[in-house]
Design a protein around this ligand. Structure first.
Ligand SMILES: Nc1ncnc2c1ncn2[C@@H]1O[C@H](COP(=O)(O)OP(=O)(O)OP(=O)(O)O)[C@@H](O)[C@H]1O
Ligand SMILES: [Mg+2]
Length: 393
């Protein structure tokens, strides 16, 4: 199946730029996630690919097929894009049965009745809802409705899937099951998928690649491990989970090796960097699980005091006072003494940039001249109306 390429999408609403040169590629058969806080432009990006939103600038291709090109005024209608879409709201029609909802994309493509019946039965089996074909959406739980929305997205045999927070209404346990189920389905079908979420655990569990968005821009991309362990900026480090930050000055200790000098950390905090950090203050990100607490005076460690311990079920979260620094560390044991030594896993500290001023990270005012020449492109059909009758799972 061909790759999807998104090239410099831009969109301004009023004076707010919500897509700022968004570019990325979804390689064949891969699972790529747009991850970011509410309002950062995830749905606008996804709906642009789906054809339910027409951005003001940029281009979108699916293999050799140009779906959208603002400069050339090309805009393929949504129903001709051969993509399967699951909307943030599921968007099931409450007055149609499950099989009628799922068969809808086939109906608008004028697929004959026998083939429609066969396909609907096949995808409902795939999502394990064949036995509810005659039910209406309000008779199904939220989780089941999300599976119906997925079946509908798959019904016409799309060559890519676009999923907008498809598990948003599930409780934690069901979400985990749905994740595993969708991951297996996606791998079995080998279908290129763009997944949208603001849940970092979900993104890390499911994705081949994560694109972290903020203020209409992609600010970091890579495998889950890359973005988690090498976030590059404070924003990404914090968005992907708990993180400590240590600020000081860098001293070179060898080729590509440095130590961060800061009060309370005798000997410095070792870190590696391909290029020397710029002179002045340097900030390191250190994940709480990279800190080991012990009381063995013969082993290395910085002296610290545990000021608070929170029991989180499968682990403890310790708050430490280390010189002037307040740090968090994860542990599996309750500590018997507040005086501890803190050791750091080799290679765990990484340099992060301070994020730009809030004005730069929030959706920001656009330069009107930059977008003036793209002009309007043909109108697109809207997504179906959402079902308002879902009941709790
Ligand atoms: N039709 C519209 N008119 C004006 N502003 C809009 C429109 N659609 C989206 N926006 C604004 O664009 C920004 C990005 O919206 P978008 O729906 O893409 O965010 P999101 O990342 O999907 O957020 P969420 O996680 O809350 O779903 C928001 O500030 C939103 O208010
Ligand atoms: Mg959204």
């Amino acid at each position: 199946m061909p790759e999807i390429s998104v090239d410099r999408l831009s969109q301004t609403f009023g004076s707010t730029r919500v897509l700022d040169e968004v570019s990325f590629t979804v390689p064949d058969g891969r699972f790529v996630t747009l991850l970011g806080p509410s309002g950062c432009g995830k749905t606008t990006t996804l709906m642009s690919i789906a054809g339910f939103h027409t951005p003001q600038g940029g281009a979108i291709a699916h293999g050799d097929h140009i779906l959208f090109d603002a400069a050339r005024r090309r805009n393929v209608p949504a129903e001709q894009r051969e993509l399967g879409v699951v909307f943030q709201s599921y968007a099931l029609w409450p007055h149609l049965t499950i099989e009628q909802n799922v068969g809808f994309p086939l109906r608008i493509r004028r697929t004959d009745r026998a083939e429609t019946r066969r396909r609907v039965a096949e995808v409902l089996d795939l999502v394990e809802l064949g036995h509810r074909a005659k039910a209406h959406p309000h008779e199904l739980s939220g989780g089941q409705q999300q599976r119906v929305a997925l079946a509908r997205a798959l019904a016409h045999g799309p060559s890519a899937l676009l999923l907008d927070e498809p598990f948003s209404n599930l409780d934690a346990k069901l979400r985990e099951r749905a994740r595993e189920w969708l991951g297996e389905l996606q791998r079995d079908l080998g279908i290129s998928t763009v997944f949208v979420t603001h849940d970092q655990t979900e993104a890390m569990a499911m994705s081949d690649q994560i694109l972290v968005m903020n203020g209409g821009r992609i600010v970091r991309s890579g495998t889950p491990q890359e973005v988690y362990h090498r976030p590059g900026s404070r924003f990404v480090a914090e968005f992907l989970g708990r993180c400590n930050f240590l600020t000081g000055t860098a001293r070179r200790t060898g080729p590509g090796a440095f130590a961060l000098e800061a009060p309370g950390l005798p000997g410095g905090v070792p870190f590696r960097a391909d290029t020397a950090p710029p002179p002045g203050a340097v900030t390191l990100a250190v994940r709480p699980e990279a800190l080991t607490l012990h009381t063995d005076e013969t082993r290395p460690g910085w002296r610290a005091r545990v000021t608070r311990t929170t029991f989180l079920g499968d682990h403890y979260l310790h708050t430490l006072q280390l010189g002037p620094h307040i740090l968090q560390a994860l542990g599996t044991r309750h500590l018997t003494t507040p005086a501890v030594l803190v050791d750091l896993d080799a290679g765990a500290a990484t340099v992060v940039t301070d994020d730009p001023a809030p004005d730069d990270t929030a959706p920001h005012d656009a330069a009107p001249s930059g977008l003036a020449d793209t002009g309007p492109v043909p109108a697109e059909p809207g997504p179906p109306e959402p079902s308002t009758t879902s009941r709790a799972v």
